[in-house]
Design a protein around this ligand. Structure first.
Ligand SMILES: Nc1ncnc2c1ncn2[C@@H]1O[C@H](COP(=O)(O)OP(=O)(O)OP(=O)(O)O)[C@@H](O)[C@H]1O
Ligand SMILES: [Mg+2]
Length: 171
C-alpha cells in the first residue's frame, strides 16, 4: 500500500473550554486533492494550523510521509516540503510582487544571508515564471500594498510554489 503523504489521526484542539476541532482523521495520498468544507468557525483554519505547526494539537498525531511531525515548528515542517497559503494573506507590503516571490526563492535556496550587491536580481526570472503560472506575470513590478485580495491569494500561491512543495495546504 502507498504511504500517505499526510496522515492525521484523532486531532482535537481546545481553546480553553471551546472545542474548536473535535476529532479529525484523514489521509492524503500522493497526487490526491482533498477539500475541507464547513461553515464559519467549523475549525478549518485551526486544522491547517495544527498540520503546519502554527499551533499544537491537544492530542493526536500528524505524519508526513510516514514520519511524525506533530509539534514541530512551522519552519521544520516547511523544510520537509510542506507549503501553505493563509486565510489572512501575509506578504511583504513594501516590496513588489516579484520581489516577494524572489524572497521565497532566496529562502528556498538557503541564500537568505547572502550579502550580494545584486540581490534584487537574484531569481528574478524564476520569480516571473512562477508568477506566470498563477496569472500574475503582468503585475510583477506592482507594489504589493496595492493588490486586491484575490491577487494577493494568487501571489501567496506563487510564494508557496517557490518552495516546490510536495504537499500544499491552501486555507
Ligand atoms: N486562537 C484562538 N483562540 C480562541 N478561539 C479560537 C482561536 N482560533 C480559533 N478559535 C475558535 O475556534 C473555532 C474554529 O475557528 P476556525 O478559525 O478554525 O474556523 P474556520 O472553519 O476556519 O472558519 P472560517 O470559515 O470563518 O475561516 C471558532 O469558534 C473560533 O472562534
Ligand atoms: Mg478559516
Amino acid at each position: 500500500m502507498t504511504t500517505p503523504v499526510l496522515k492525521i489521526s484523532h486531532l482535537p484542539r481546545f481553546f480553553g473550554s471551546i472545542r474548536a476541532v473535535h476529532d479529525v482523521s484523514f489521509d492524503v495520498t500522493p497526487g490526491e486533492l482533498k477539500a475541507l468544507i464547513g461553515p464559519n468557525g467549523a475549525g478549518k483554519s485551526t486544522c491547517f494550523n495544527m498540520l503546519m505547526g502554527q499551533i499544537s494539537p491537544s492530542s493526536g498525531t500528524v505524519e508526513l510521509n510516514g514520519k511524525p511531525i506533530t509539534g514541530l515548528p512551522p519552519r521544520d515542517i516547511w523544510r520537509r516540503g510542506v507549503g501553505r497559503t493563509f486565510q489572512i494573506t501575509g506578504t511583504y507590503q513594501s516590496m513588489t510582487v516579484a520581489e516577494n516571490v524572489q524572497m521565497a526563492l532566496i529562502s528556498h535556496h538557503r541564500r537568505l544571508f547572502s550579502m550580494l550587491p545584486d540581490t534584487h536580481r537574484l531569481y528574478r526570472e524564476e520569480a516571473v515564471a512562477l508568477l506566470d503560472v498563477v496569472g500574475m506575470a503582468d503585475q510583477a513590478d506592482r507594489a504589493c500594498a496595492i493588490l486586491a485580495y484575490g491577487d494577493l491569494k494568487r501571489l501567496e500561491l506563487a510564494i508557496a510554489l517557490a518552495h516546490a512543495p510536495t504537499l500544499l495546504l491552501m486555507d
